[in-house]
Write a protein that binds this ligand. Structure first.
Ligand SMILES: Cc1ncc(COP(=O)(O)O)c(C=O)c1O
Length: 426
């Protein structure tokens, strides 16, 4: 299928990089102590938010407070501190439930990361539902963590991994996706937002098409939740995965949302303490949801930090964040596209957060190194999405990824930095 490359501003009015009403970016920046530093003698410009985002003071304070005042092992103790730590942990679960608009708190499983959430589903739902000759359907824009767990499963079960194609803008070709949904398709796994391209996938439509054929859908939301409000009930997805550290929360904590009707029927992922209701050498009876999937001592402080991050974002307002970041991305796209010899990789009509590009005759690593000397942090490489690189005929890209704490002035510094790269490579 041939497509005409379109740029995001084909469909938007003249972008206005003005501040969104009620959003004071300088005040917001003051909440992030790490942004105050200089790098190589320049004020830090952090544009690597898709890799990991920084933590507001509210998150740092919540973690410190947890360890200073509330720390104890949870669920098992009758003493006061254990009860308080349990309360903190279970409150965090309810905050995540509200954040995703899930029907029940028991549908929220705390895991290590989006990667672990996807592996959990592949190894439990996947191993019990995917058999010899069956198919798992993903898209050509997935992160490796939404490819390799399914490859491992398909290898073990002699099943097939099918891949729905993307067009030259980096958008999913929906009719070809639909054509790949067949009688042997046992699960669809699709990214909500591509980390390499910034494409926002039409997840609601994907779920509708899959459900018409009774196929469940896992959504990898690692790059979506930091940028937009997500409602898993409206999307009607069966599983939704994300990582805390990209959502302004701590590392080592992530979330798997799953519909209770599916989670209930899935075997546990790992065995150990807390995931059981009784154990004898003859037989173990598993605990109820969500504990069945949380073996061992969980990352209590991580859950507390994640709650603080979500509450911080709620105070800013996800809709405000989305509107501000959209303006910034539109402005950045317009500015970098003016640079001769620069090609944007990923020009979908619906985009969030990410500006990937290559430059004629200049390796992305050289772009990243020179920008670093200017105090500007971007990412270069394949972004754990090697099939995307292959699709666009490049080995690597330079990727600037934005957050609500970035400013128009920082975008101007990025553009000036790229101009400097051009001068150096003459
Ligand atoms: C789209 C997407 N999915 C999954 C992941 C994996 O996240 P983590 O490494 O936190 O598990 C990433 C990380 O970059 C990502 O961008």
């Amino acid at each position: 299928m041939t497509t005409v490359a379109r740029l995001p501003w084909d469909r938007v009015q003249t972008p206005t990089p003005d501040i969104v009403p009620g959003f004071d970016v300088e005040r917001v920046r003051a909440d992030f102590p790490i942004l105050e530093q200089t790098v190589h003698g320049h004020k830090l410009v952090y544009l690597d938010n898709a890799a990991t985002s920084h933590k507001p003071k509210a998150v740092l304070d919540a973690i410190l407070h947890y360890y200073q005042c509330d720390n104890a092992n949870i669920h098992r103790g009758v003493h006061y501190l254990s009860e308080r730590a349990t309360e903190e942990y279970e409150t965090a679960r309810k905050v995540v439930q509200a954040f995703l608009h899930a029907a029940q708190a028991s549908e929220i499983i705390f895991v290590r990361s989006a990667t672990e959430a996807i592996n959990l589903v592949a190894q439990t739902y996947g191993r019990t539902h995917v058999g010899h000759g069956d198919e798992v359907l993903i898209t050509a824009m997935e992160h490796h963590s939404n490819i390799v767990p399914w490859q491992l499963l398909c290898e073990e079960k002699a099943a097939k991994l099918r891949v729905a194609p993307i067009n030259d803008n980096g958008e999913l070709v929906l009719d070809e996706f639909e054509a790949l949904l067949g009688a042997r398709t046992k699960i669809v796994a699709v990214g909500h937002v591509s980390n390499a391209l910034g494409t926002i996938n039409p997840v609601g439509e994907i779920v509708r098409l899959a459900h018409q054929r009774n196929i469940p859908v896992l959504v990898d939301g690692a790059q979506a939740v930091p940028h937009m409000a997500v409602n898993v009930v409206d999307l009607d997805c069966d599983f939704y995965a994300f990582s805390g550290h990209k959502l302004y929360g701590p590392t080592g904590i992530g979330v798997l949302y799953g519909k209770a009707s599916l989670l209930d029927r899935m075997p546990p992922y790992q065995g150990g303490g807390d995931m059981i209701s009784s154990v004898t050498f003859e037989k173990t009876v598993y605990n109820k949801l969500p504990h069945k999937f949380e073996a061992g001592t969980p990352h209590m402080a991580g859950a507390v930090g994640l709650r603080a991050a979500i509450e911080y974002l709620n105070r800013l307002g996800l809709d405000t964040i989305e509107a501000y970041e959209h303006q910034l991305l539109t402005y950045a796209t317009e500015q970098v596209a003016k640079i001769p010899g620069l090609r944007l990789i990923g020009t979908a009509r619906e985009k969030a957060g990410v500006l990937s590009f290559v430059m004629d005759g200049i390796h992305p690593h050289d772009i990243g190194t020179i920008l670093d000397q200017e105090g500007i942090a971007i990412r270069t490489g394949h972004h754990c999405a090697q099939p995307v690189m292959e699709r666009f005929g490049v080995d690597a890209t330079a990727r600037a990824s934005i957050s609500f704490y970035n400013t128009k002035e920082e975008i101007d510094r990025l553009v000036a930095g790229i101009q400097k790269v051009r001068e150096v490579f003459g």
